[in-house]
Design a protein around this ligand. Structure first.
Ligand code: FAD
Length: 454
């Protein structure tokens, strides 16, 4: 294998594409999801001639929560299937937030289902709750499997609680999270064999199988088959690693037919470097230069094990890249004027947008110290080439510091309220910027935000 030295980042001409109207996909996806939930409730309604007594109400509520939990499981997996249409129109970070919120619904519904069914059945058969639980788990078809699945869901829920998640390494959390695939598989069977709405109801069984098989097929295709096919086709490898700032390096990646990846400025890939100690992790990093037919570039700040190890990559190291992902692209633009607001290493996707977004663009780049302003030479050159303004704001020394307020932003960009804003930076800065932008009168729909933490 040969490694070529990539050329210095080229100055791509800003594209001429006009701002687009908002995509209808997020609204349609909401409608489809809630429509599916309504259909699930209709299934229960059509199968329930009457509800009698406390036991009947408890069992009925248990059936509804069970049906909704089963349906929501399939939707949660669908959101994480990395379907390009959803990813581009909604955004990977927003999908991840929907998935996390949906996870809370699923756990609440599943817990309510278990408690209500046990209680309802115990009242109906006039037995104790413990006796009824033992009978259900040991004697009902597929319920032992279902119980193991439910326990796995609980483990995932516990490790996903913010206070717990913060204390365990990302990889451990991710691995435990994978247990939910097994949990869904184990819990699936009892829905059909014990669910009163499915036993003897062929159309309902068929619909449930179709839902789950379709989701499984999308997961298998987009999360496994497509990345493997791309790895074989593009044969990516590390071409060069260049230092950019203290603790920040750029990694240039080369390979075959890179244009076919159709990566857009602002997007990211999950990168798996096939070298000792790194091959098992696929971490997300945004492109930091507009995609080039000969190479791709990422720029990474050392913040932990994976990101720090990038500085030591050797040219020729093979790379598997999953993607491109993300909706932080020119497609989000609603107007011809844009403010790019970046902090720290959040500059990476903004650097590509600064190079390629058409119209009138201003960049505000915040960093702790002047030496932390990565890619500064390139940003200056891009600004000069396209006649755009760049404002660097550093926190130290304090004399140069400027608070992130509506007033301070308006001082730098007087027509702020008329612009689209692309925002990417550390969580504290992002929160302050979102408040400042709201106060400055930038409508929410024109603030496009990429989060570096899922
Ligand atoms: C869409 C996106 C684009 C990003 N682009 C860049 C970039 O251009 N440059 C840059 O320096 N950083 C970028 N990051 C952040 C970068 O992915 C993390 O800093 C890096 O993965 C941390 O890994 P670590 O082992 O070095 O640190 P750790 O200490 O192991 O992790 C620190 C935190 O990073 C996150 N993280 C770790 N591994 C993963 C993973 N596999 N998937 C998702 N999140 C993970 C977790 O929130 C974790 O708590 C991006 C993140 C996202 C989500």
């Amino acid at each position: 294998m040969t490694s070529t030295t990539p050329p210095a980042p080229a100055m791509t001409r800003p594209s001429r594409s006009a701002p687009r109207p908002p995509s209808p996909v997020p609204v349609l996806v909401h409608l489809v999801i809630w429509g599916g939930a309504a259909a699930v409730l209709a299934l229960w309604w059509s199968d329930t001639p009457s509800v009698v007594g406390a036991a009947g109400w408890l069992t009925g509520a248990g059936r509804i929560t069970g049906l909704l939990a089963g349906y929501a499981c399939a939707i949660l997996l669908l959101l994480m299937a990395r379907v390009p249409l959803l990813d581009r129109a909604i955004g990977t970070d927003r999908l991840a937030r929907w998935h996390a919120m949906g996870g809370r619904y699923v756990i609440s519904l599943a817990c309510a289902h278990v408690l209500l069914i046990i209680w309802g059945y115990a009242l109906e058969s006039r037995t104790g709750v413990v006796d009824q639980t033992t009978t259900l788990v040991l004697h009902y078809p597929d319920l032992l499997k279902g119980t193991i699945g439910f326990s796995l869901f609980l483990v995932t829920a516990i490790v996903s609680v913010r206070a717990v998640r913060r204390r365990i390494p990302y990889e451990t959390w991710h691995l435990l999270h994978f247990g939910t695939y097994l949990a869904v598989f184990l819990a699936f069977w009892h829905q059909l064999s014990d669910g009163a709405d499915f036993t003897g109801n062929r159309p309902a069984q068929l619909a449930w199988y179709t839902l789950y098989i379709a989701v499984a097929a999308l997961l298998a295709w987009y999360r496994f088959a497509v990345p493997v096919r791309r790895a074989l086709r593009h044969r990516l490898y590390v071409a060069e690693v260049r230092p950019e700032a203290p603790g920040v390096v750029s990694v240039y990646l080369s390979g075959s037919r890179l244009a076919e990846l159709r990566a857009e400025p602002g997007q990211f890939f999950r990168w798996r470097f096939l070298t000792r100690g790194m091959w098992w992790a696929a971490n997300p990093y945004s492109l930091s230069a507009a995609p080039h037919p000969e190479y791709l570039r990422i720029t990474v700040k050392a913040s932990g094990g994976h990101s720090a190890a990038l500085a030591h990559l050797r040219p020729g190291t093979r790379v598997l890249a999953e993607g491109p992902y993300g909706a932080f692209t020119a497609r989000r633009r609603r107007t011809r004027k844009t403010l790019l607001l970046g902090g720290g290493v959040g500059i990476t996707p903004l650097r590509t947008l600064f190079e390629t977004l058409p119209g009138e663009v201003v960049l505000v780049y915040r960093a702790r110290r002047p030496e932390d302003l990565a890619l500064r030479g390139e940003l200056d050159a891009l600004a000069a080439a396209r006649g755009a303004a760049v404002h660097y704001v550093v926190d130290e020394p304090a004399a140069y510091s400027s608070p992130l307020t509506a007033e301070a932003l308006r001082g730098l960009v007087p027509d702020l309220a008329e612009r689209d804003v692309y925002l990417c930076g550390p969580p504290g800065m992002t929160e302050a910027a979102l408040c400042a932008l709201r106060e400055a009168g930038v409508p929410r729909r024109r603030v496009h935000h990429e989060s570096f933490a899922f």
